[in-house]
Design a protein around this ligand. Structure first.
Ligand code: GSH
Length: 315
């Protein structure tokens, strides 16, 4: 409800024991400080009702180089809602705050709600905007078939995370670039932290995503299975992977995830340019996978590129 105020309060909580030790507070004085802090916390809660912070109605928490973010970002653009993006440095939020991106913050009057996980965000957007703009929201309808395909796509997205880090992590500079160290969108205080914490972050990623030869190989097998199936489905020239002439959110999700390795022009809708890595800058093994996929799955590649051309043209 009161983001900035609670952050300041959290900082005070960390400073308080230092103040107590520094000035040699008695037990009674330390207890008094605790009461003061509790009172301050209560005031912050009340201030949320009396003077709510003026935040935009929809804020999308992002890191710019994220295919899960791109899935939601594209759907929000397609839906035509006004929102602002708040970018953070890659991986810091996950390992120190326990949150993933995309994260949607919704303000309704004085109340702020936070939704994580791309499928949950898309379900919210459909429910929220269906009555207001039924035609624009129809592509978000979660039919059984779409939900089933979305699960497979999200698994493809997770395998791509293993694939990306397997290739990228050994190259510190490239990884830091992807995490936003050179991006003006990344808060300036987070950029030096990224450099400082790189060995910790890399170790955490290696551990949590199980980055090793065997997991990479099984991830590539899963990626190729999905690409093979979608490529076969698209061979008849259909507009939507699931069939028919109307595109739906799973088509954008497929394109957003595939865009992570294909890097078509316009990836990120102009909001991921500062973390972009061109194919000729990628490590040799990564480039070899990309080139193999481009050759093996032409229908899927053409489909994603065509969708990105339409995205650039605002269609
Ligand atoms: N199940 C989540 C997965 C999202 C996810 O894994 N996001 C990654 C970026 S692609 C993330 O949050 N990384 C944390 C960070 O970089 O702070 C979703 O569908 O939104």
């Amino acid at each position: 409800m009161t983001d900035k105020r609670t952050t300041i309060f959290a900082a005070l909580l960390f400073i308080a024991p230092i103040v107590v030790a520094w000035y040699g507070f008695s037990v009674a004085a330390a207890a008094g400080l605790v009461v003061l802090l509790l009172l301050l916390r209560w005031m912050i809660t009340l201030s949320g009702f009396v003077a709510p912070e003026k935040t935009p109605e929809l804020v999308l928490g992002t890191i710019s180089a994220s295919h899960f973010v791109e899935k939601v970002r594209w759907c929000m653009d397609r839906l035509g809602v006004d929102y602002v993006e708040k970018a953070a440095a890659g991986t810091l939020g996950a390992f120190y705050r326990g949150r993933t991106v995309p994260q949607l913050k919704v303000r309704t009057g004085g109340v702020r709600s936070v939704i994580g996980n791309s499928p949950d965000i898309l379900r919210y957007l459909y429910g929220r905007y269906l009555a207001e703009r039924p035609e624009r929201a129809a592509f978000l309808e979660p039919t059984t078939e779409r939900l089933d395909f979305e699960k497979k796509l999200d698994a493809y997205g997770r395998s791509l995370q293993v694939w990306v880090y397997y290739h990228l992590l050994p190259d510190r500079d490239l990884t830091l670039h992807a995490w936003g160290v050179n991006s003006p969108e990344t808060p300036s205080w987070q950029r030096p932290l990224l450099r400082l914490l790189f060995p910790v972050q890399a170790a955490l990623i290696r551990f949590s995503f199980r980055i090793n030869d065997a997991h990479y190989a099984s991830g590539v097998a899963r990626i190729e299975e999905l690409l093979g199936n979608v490529n076969a489905d698209l061979a008849d020239g259909r507009a939507s992977v699931l069939g028919g002439e109307e595109r739906n959110y799973t088509d954008y999700a497929f394109a957003a995830f595939t865009g992570l390795w294909l890097m078509p022009q316009g990836y990120g809708g102009g909001r991921a340019d500062a973390t972009r890595i061109e194919r000729d800058q990628t490590p040799a093994g990564m480039r070899a996978d990309i080139e193999r996929w481009v050759e093996a799955y032409p229908a899927a590649v053409n489909y994603v590129e065509a969708l990105y051309t339409r995205r650039k043209e605002g269609l």
